[in-house]
Structure formats: C-alpha cells, structure tokens
Ligand binder design. Sequence first.
Ligand SMILES: NC(=O)c1ccc[n+]([C@@H]2O[C@H](COP(=O)([O-])OP(=O)(O)OC[C@H]3O[C@@H](n4cnc5c(N)ncnc54)[C@H](OP(=O)(O)O)[C@@H]3O)[C@@H](O)[C@H]2O)c1
Length: 394
Amino acid sequence: MAPAPRRGRMQTPHEKTVFVAGATGYIGGRLVPRLLDAGYAVRCLARSRLKLESRPWTARPGVTIVEGDAASDAALLAGMRGAAYAYYLVHSMMAAGRSYAERDLELAGRFARAAARAGVRRIVYLGGLGETGDGLSEHLASRRDVEAALRSTGVPVTVLRAAMIIGSGSASFEILRYLVERLPVMVTPRWVRTEAQPIAIRNVLHYLVAALDVPETAGKTLDIGGPDVLPYDAILRVMAEELGLRRRVVIPVPVLTPRLSSLWIHLVTPVSHRMARPLAEGLRNRVVCRDNEALRLMPQELLSVQGSIRAALGRTGSGGVETSWTDAGPLPGDPAWAGGASFEDRRSVVLRADPERVYRSVCRIGGGNGWYAADSLWRIRGFLDRLVGGPGLR
Ligand SMILES: NC(=O)c1ccc[n+]([C@@H]2O[C@H](COP(=O)([O-])OP(=O)(O)OC[C@H]3O[C@@H](n4cnc5c(N)ncnc54)[C@H](OP(=O)(O)O)[C@@H]3O)[C@@H](O)[C@H]2O)c1
C-alpha cells in the first residue's frame, strides 16, 4: 500500500521527478522507460505492484512504485508530493466496461484535486483527437470530459490529442491487422470512408516526453498526428500491402451498427466486443489535426502510415512487443465463477537436454506453432468460445 500522505505539507516539486498514473497500460508502460532515459525519476501508480514488477524497467534506478488506486487520495498524494509533473494515462475501459466514461470523469477530477494539493506544476494527458462540437462518439466525448476535469483545479494541463496510434500491440492496430489477415472480403460500416490521421507510437512517446522540456506546451491542447490523412479503407489497403497480401475488397454498407461491428470484430479478432464497441463508434468522427503546432513546438521526424505499420509488424514478427492493449485490467487468471481454484495436472519425464533448450521448446507451444496434436480441434474450441463471448484462442 502507498504510505500515508503527510497532511498540510506541500513539498517543493523536484523538476526531474514525475508521477505516472497508468504505468501498467499500453502507453504508460512504454513511456516510463523513455522518461528514465531522459533522466527523470519516475513514481508509478499501480493497482498491483506484482503486475508492474513484471516490467523489466521497474528494476532500474529512479523507479518508485506507489501501490494504490487512482480513486485513493492517499495514493495520489503519496505519488505526487515533490513531483513537478504528473501524467494522466488512466483509462477505465478494460476495468469498468460500459460505465468507463463515468468512472474516468470521477478519477480525473480526483487526480486534478490531488495535483493542486500536492503542488504539481503541470499535468500531461493523452486524449483523443476528433471534431469538436456535437455528434462526438461517447468515447471521444468522454476524452473531452476528462480534459475538462483535469483542468478544473487550475493546475496547467498539456493535452495531446491523438487519433489511431499505430504500434505493435495497440488495440486499433491489432484489429486492423487481424481483419486484413483473415478477411479477403470485408463488409464494413460506411464510416470506413471517414478520414483519419494516425500516428506512430514512437512519435506519441516523443511528444509525451518533450512536452516537459517545452514550457510553451503548458496549458495548451495540441493535436498530434502523422504526416498522412487518409480514410480507414486506405489504411486497410496499406496494411494488406505491408503484410504481402492481395488487395482486400471492402464493401461499405449503411446497416452495420457499431454494436454489430464490435460483435464481428470480437469474432474475427482477439479484441473483445467490449473494447471494440467504443472504437467502432468512434469511426464516424473525422479525426484529423487542426494545425501543426505540436510539431512546431516539439520537432521530430514523423513516420508515415506505411512506415509505422512496417515498424509495428516488424516488432510483432520478432516478438519484441513492449506493451499491448491486453496489459490493462485485472491480471489474467481463473475467473471468479470458477471459484478461484486452478486445475493442476502434473506429469514428469526425464529429458537428455539442458534446461534452457527444454524451456525454449515449451515456450514454442501454442500461438502460430500450434499444439502437440489435433490443432483443428483446438481451433474449433476457440471459435465456439468466441461465439459465446469468450476470449477464444488468443
Ligand atoms: N492506445 C491508443 O491507441 C490510444 C489512442 C489515442 C489516445 N489514447 C489515450 O491514451 C490514454 C492511455 O491509454 P492506454 O491505451 O495506455 O490505456 P490502457 O492500456 O487501457 O491502460 C489504462 C491504464 O489505466 C490504469 N487504470 C485504470 N483504472 C485505474 C484505477 N482506478 N486506478 C489506477 N490505475 C487505473 C490501468 O491499470 P490496470 O493495469 O491496473 O488496469 C492501466 O495502467 C487514454 O486516455 C487514451 O484515451 C490511447
């Protein structure tokens, strides 16, 4: 548990100390090592110390784990006191399901109040890009509400707004990859023609770190995107090219609702309908940067859509995926309805091989390599599991 906060005392913030909420997530898990590389001491909020400790960078000097929930003022204050900057990378979609928007709003307000009490100089938040005004999807509207809640106590906030992030393991990238790999012909919602400005994960991480060094970013909302603006069907085409597959036939139809699309995504890809639904709903909003201010303030070389897909596929192929959309949420294990017990089946055999070779062989089981026998039966079992809403053979 986090140490109890010292009431009434505001420590002078240390310029090189930052607090990261959401360190076990997709973005947070990649940001922390880059902050360490940039010379920052990083305090990471984690609901489960054990989960965070599975990241190799937690052993690096400069990392402090603050165990606690973002709903706990004590944990937030313990992490923020003495930190000059606080990143808000919390997202409740995996943890809270349909009520994520309400939960995110509450947590963001709490975070802003704790930041003000602790004397944090700046909050940095990664939100969602998209048209402003009416007609926003529930997910994008929720991102806007979080921005407002973070600003509510007067601590300067830097908001970076991103559309689809292309990186190995990101939910939207994995949805695209699986759809393209598995479906030569795709019936899609008509929003597949909506324009988007995706950005490579490495460019997002650069902006997130650089924002601390550029005081002009304080109090600003900056749209961040890559160099290309293109509709989703064009992104699907680039993905097929990069995977070395024939051009996919995309047939947009007006009747495919976000609910149906998300159930379809659930069936065809490893991404659950719960996660896919807000993403599918968001497809109707054009997500294109309004200006280039972020690039002017924090110059860097932006990767094209093709370049970012190539880089992400390279990572996926080499098994070098740093973080994945599956990282957030409860640790995998037996579901509550199984009574928390696990079935154990022990067998032993003596092998004439060194432990390292044996371990490597064990690690090869499953995934693309298949099982010892009856692979097709396992695939049928996985398909049936997905039909009833389960994870299938992820
Ligand atoms: N990933 C993208 O493609 C993308 C694109 C555009 C914008 N963004 C924005 O980037 C931000 C981060 O997204 P992400 O993809 O990294 O999210 P994510 O992978 O779902 O991670 C969410 C993080 O929030 C933590 N969290 C949730 N509820 C918490 C609570 N009550 N207390 C403490 N921690 C809690 C999770 O911890 P547990 O591990 O304990 O669950 C996890 O570390 C979001 O605002 C998102 O809108 C992401």
